[in-house]
Design a protein around this ligand. Structure first.
Ligand SMILES: C[C@H](O)[C@H](O)[C@@H](O)C(=O)CO
Ligand code: MN
Length: 413
């Protein structure tokens, strides 16, 4: 009997069908964030001083310096990740010899990304870029008191939505366009209301044009605080939760954008009842929103379990948000994405029916016993089978592949 067949039989004893889990996992796309490949630098020829409070730290060799290198790195990374996945592209990763300002970007500036995605069968998600620009140096964009600056960013946001819808149409797969703005205040503000009213009005103006759901899905991302905006973030969780409900758009929950003691997995079912769709930015905050590469740790396992047990996958888009410049950029993508998949697989392999029955019967001893004993089941053999069926390496061969690419390609840049 093969390792997989043996493991399959053990799971069957618990009432879990491994084949069903493998088929379900193969259908879950994950959106890889382009910004892990180049430390959130982007490909604009003009850049401003503001990083919007987000910053990659480290100087490991091999950062992608242009769209060609980034696509080559992505091709390699996708080749090590089982299944077919998406790309999450930021507006400042445009590919053009022209130097349009943010309020002048067009779909044509992203044509090479569309061509590449068509050829490789990736959907593309999109993001307007409201940071790393001189007009964001006050850490204020859509909520800036200056109407001229607001109008500039509103125009950028409108164009980003048009581009995302164009990408969605070209690829036949709706593009999730996620809006995150860095706006906030370093010290205690005295007129929070005015800032939030300006942000709401600007978002409304940006999103006035309707697009077919088959092309574009609007999402908004909140944050607790950022470097330079420690005292108040205009787009807080409460602000965007209310906004997403009122406008019936997707809510983005970034795992690094809450207080470190909050459990983001717990929020899913709560907000799910009121918003039509969810976007996740799966991340690992170490003491703060540090965006470390995700591990197969409790926070990710709990997130995956909620997605599976509460049947949330059908209206949840899974995106990643981490960037670590102290390690191989491609290894970071591969390890992080595979960890998200491993967490989903572990959730799919749990004896869900038994666990839910124990809880419904208030038999919390049984719930605890099943939870803990199920941890000993041979999940690794099922993951290896998944990798083998999807033609990607695992274990030591994966490590050799990641090291080979880093030394043969990335280090030579
Ligand atoms: C680059 C992204 O837009 C950014 O990481 C955003 O999603 C965020 O989480 C900011 O803290
Ligand atoms: Mn994020």
């Amino acid at each position: 009997m093969s390792r997989y067949e043996d493991a399959r039989a053990q799971y069957a004893d618990w009432g879990v069908e491994t084949e069903a889990a493998l088929s379900a996992l193969a259908e879950i796309p994950i959106s890889l964030h382009c910004w892990q490949g180049d430390d959130v630098v982007g490909f604009e020829t003009r850049t401003g001083a503001s990083g919007g409070g987000i910053q990659a730290t480290g100087n490991h060799p091999g950062r992608a310096r242009n769209p060609q290198e980034l696509r080559a790195d992505l091709d390699f990374a996708y080749g090590q990740i089982p299944g077919t996945h998406r790309l999450n592209l930021h507006a400042f990763y445009l590919d053009t010899d022209a130097a349009p300002d943010r309020d002048a970007i067009e779909l044509t500036h992203f044509q090479s990304w569309i061509d590449w995605a068509k050829e490789k069968n990736h959907g593309i998600d999109f993001n307007p870029t409201f940071f790393a620009h001189a007009k964001a140096d006050d850490n204020l964009t859509l909520s800036h008191p200056d109407q001229g600056i607001r109008d500039f960013w509103i125009e950028h946001g409108k164009r980003a939505r048009e581009i995302a819808a164009g990408i969605g149409k070209a690829l036949g797969s709706a593009s999730v366009n996620n809006i995150w703005v860095p706006d906030g205040s370093k010290d205690t503000p005295v007129d929070r209301m005015a800032a939030r009213q300006r942000l709401e009005a600007a978002l409304d103006a940006m999103m006035a044009t309707g697009f077919a759901r088959a092309q574009l899905i609007d999402a908004v991302e909140s944050k607790l605080f950022g470097i330079g905006v420690e005292s108040m973030t205009v787009g807080s969780h409460e602000f965007y939760l209310g906004y997403a409900i009122r406008r019936e758009i997707a809510l983005c929950l970034d795992m690094g954008h809450f207080h470190p003691t909050e459990n983001v997995a717990d929020k899913l079912s709560a907000v799910w009842l009121s918003v039509p769709e969810l976007l996740l930015h799966v991340s690992r905050p170490v003491r703060w929103d540090s965006d470390h590469v995700i591990l197969l740790d409790d926070s990710i396992l709990q997130m995956a379990q909620e997605l599976v047990f509460a049947d949330l996958l059908k209206r949840t888009h899974i995106g990643l948000d981490f960037f670590d410049a102290t390690i191989s950029r491609t290894a970071a993508w591969v390890i992080g994405t595979r960890n998200m998949q491993k967490a989903l697989l572990r959730a799919l392999l749990l004896p869900q029916t038994r666990l839910k029955a124990a809880e419904a019967a208030l038999d919390f001893s049984a719930r605890l016993m099943i939870t803990e004993e199920a941890k000993d089941l041979p999940y690794g053999a099922i993951w290896q089978e998944f990798c083998a069926r999807q033609n990607v390496p695992d274990g030591l061969s994966l490590i050799s592949e990641l090291e080979r690419y880093q030394s043969k390609v990335a280090m030579r840049r």
